[in-house]
Design a protein around this ligand. Structure first.
Ligand code: CA
Length: 226
């Protein structure tokens, strides 16, 4: 998933970003509210993690502006205080959930997962393309009932493909969603990961699910529950 993290305290921002990256997410950091609002394609993130305590424009204001602009990306607010009025203000401004600092990193991950499951397009916890199933809760993959071992990055890549079945995803799109946005030399890395993924997912099977759109990118094709 591609996550926008808005947090002005660099040490905290770096800590959260590192953890999310280790779990296979692509993370961009905005260090204040204006930077978040000026992100070129802010609507294209899968989740926005938004700190309330920001200089100039606080997280509640940022959230309200994003919602006014029609951005529907799930927003998880981080609040330093456990005051009820803060939570109410946050939720009223259009945030989907909140987390009180300090928090356990595992809880942040769980909230992010829950928010992406809440998207209307992602009703079930399982993604399915033909006989390939990815369980987004247990992070396990099986084809024709047989479990397949994937690395964290291969899993993120497969999840991104399976969330957009039968669509060509360009290397730029894959780089932005699965790797970091500013990671510009990833095309070879993407090709290597796709090759490995294909070996595991399609290798033993006659019907190949992952296809190359020549000069454009990759797509997974088949009957999907999306
Ligand atoms: Ca802050």
């Amino acid at each position: 998933m591609r996550i926008l993290l808005v947090e002005d305290e660099r040490a905290i921002a770096d800590f959260i970003a590192r953890g999310l990256t280790e779990h296979g997410h692509g993370v961009d950091i905005a260090y204040d509210g204006d930077e978040a609002l000026h992100w070129p394609d802010v609507a294209d993130f899968d989740v926005i993690v938004l700190d309330v305590m920001l200089p100039v424009r606080d997280g509640v204001q940022v959230c309200r502006i994003l919602r006014d602009q029609g951005v529907r990306t799930p927003i998880l607010m981080l609040t330093a205080r456990d005051a009820i009025e803060d939570r109410v203000r946050g939720l009223d401004s259009g945030a989907d959930d909140y987390l009180v600092k300090p928090f356990a990193f595992a809880e942040l991950l769980a909230r992010v997962r829950a928010l992406t499951r809440r998207e209307p397009a992602l009703l079930g916890a399982s993604l399915r393309v033909d006989d390939l199933v990815l369980d987004t809760t247990t992070r396990t993959v099986a084809r024709a009932g047989g479990p397949i071992e994937l690395t964290a990055k291969e899993l993120s890549l497969l999840e991104y493909l399976m969330r957009h079945p039968n669509q060509v995803l360009t290397r730029t799109m894959i780089a932005e969603h699965v790797w970091n946005y500013d990671f510009d030399s990833v095309t070879n890395v993407i090709d290597v990961h796709v090759r490995n993924l294909r070996r595991k997912i399609d290798g033993p099977f006659e019907r190949k699910l992952i296809q190359t759109a020549r000069g454009a990118g990759y797509r997974i094709s088949g009957r999907s529950n999306e």
